[in-house]
Design a binder for this molecule. Sequence first.
Ligand code: FES
Length: 86
Amino acid sequence: MRTIVVTVCSGTACYILGGSDLLTLRDHLEEPYSRHVMLAGSPCLNRCKDRSENKRPPYVTVDGKVYGNMTLETLVKTVQSVLDAS
Ligand code: FES
């Protein structure tokens, strides 16, 4: 299993709409997943004003792919799925 980077947007819109919860990701991942995630916060990812994909904050990137409307539960599942496929 390789290590992936998860970047949580900590810009104002994302932070207010749940981004702060996403920063607790590591506390909600079981082994061995938690050992294979590099978690980082980021200034605005410049997605919050883009409605073309019908997504909304909070935004994260998981292994380079952008996800919107993210919840902690969905982020845990997404990370596990990406790691399982790696
Ligand atoms: S505040 Fe998160 S994308 Fe702008």
